[in-house]
Write a protein that binds this ligand. Structure first.
Ligand code: ADP
Ligand code: MG
Ligand code: MG
Length: 250
């Protein structure tokens, strides 16, 4: 099956349980939004999927295309095509965007397989065009002195270059103005199709005006308390989160 399947996933930080039995199936070809009040486990879910060592899985499974990934190192998961766009992008001193992209593309290749300059440069030009970004940007150091909008645009640039099979975007919309939001959405929407699945994690409905999700799931207290279509996100926008918090205790 071409899908991410999250089965009864429980995860803790130290002794503190955060995820308490998450069940989700995200087929390739669909983008699902994950919403919910702050502090209820959305980012933890993203980090557990990509293998952040800070979190311990205490129960359950995560299967990518039928293969269990929980014992895999983060780079093995990345080679399966799972890509996480971070909520707070890192700065790496002395590494230009171009270097970083080249290394990241190389890391996804099988051993002995080289990323050719033609492949790299062709893809780079296409991605920069989608993002309305000048070519000179790639000689700048990764995230150093970048504005919030530039950091996000750089995340999407990485995503376009890496051709992921599954994307996980965590609060990619936080702090973006509408123009930057539209560019991010254009990048994501340009990748949509039968070959791409993923989770768009967001507290607000705003991003979902531009990236319309196939399904919406609400996480409260480490569990999915409600799933539905895009209209669910609109309802949250109007009514807030109080009613879903009650679902969690029901
Ligand atoms: P969300 O993304 O929904 O806002 P998080 O997954 O970031 O929520 O956090 C869920 C809960 O787990 C919060 O109470 C948070 O404080 C706690 N938590 C998450 N990561 C850690 C950590 N590394 N150490 C301690 N507590 C954590
Ligand atoms: Mg979060
Ligand atoms: Mg571990």
């Amino acid at each position: 099956p071409h899908q991410i399947e999250i089965r009864n996933l429980h995860a803790s930080v130290g002794d503190l349980p955060i995820l308490k039995g998450i069940n989700l199936i995200i087929p390739r070809g669909e983008l699902h939004a994950v919403m919910g009040p702050n502090g209820n486990g959305k980012s933890t879910l993203a980090k557990v999927i990509v293998g952040d060592p800070e979190y311990t899985v205490t129960e359950g499974e995560v299967l990518v295309d039928g293969v269990s990934i929980l014992e895999m190192e983060p780079d093995e998961r990345a080679r399966l095509g799972v890509f996480l766009a971070f909520q707070y992008p890192v700065e790496i001193p002395g590494v230009t965007i171009a270097n970083f992209l080249r290394l990241a593309m190389q890391a996804r290749k099988a051993e002995g397989e080289e990323v050719s300059f033609t492949e790299f440069y062709g893809k780079l030009l296409a991605a920069l065009k989608t993002l309305e970004w000048d070519e000179s940007i790639v000689e700048r150091y990764l995230n150093a002195g970048f504005s919030g909008g530039e950091k996000k645009r750089n995340e999407i640039l990485q995503m376009l270059m890496l051709d992921p099979t599954y994307i996980i975007m965590d609060e990619t919309d936080s702090g973006l103005d509408v123009d930057a939001l539209k560019i991010v959405a254009r990048g994501v929407n340009s990748m949509r199709g039968p070959g791409l699945g993923g989770l768009i994690i967001t507290h607000y409905q705003r991003l979902l005006d531009y990236i319309v999700p196939d399904k919406v799931h609400i996480i409260v207290d480490g569990k999915v308390v409600q799933s539905g279509g895009p209209e669910l996100a609109k309802k949250l926008d109007v009514e807030g989160y109080d009613w879903v918090k009650e679902l969690a205790t029901a």
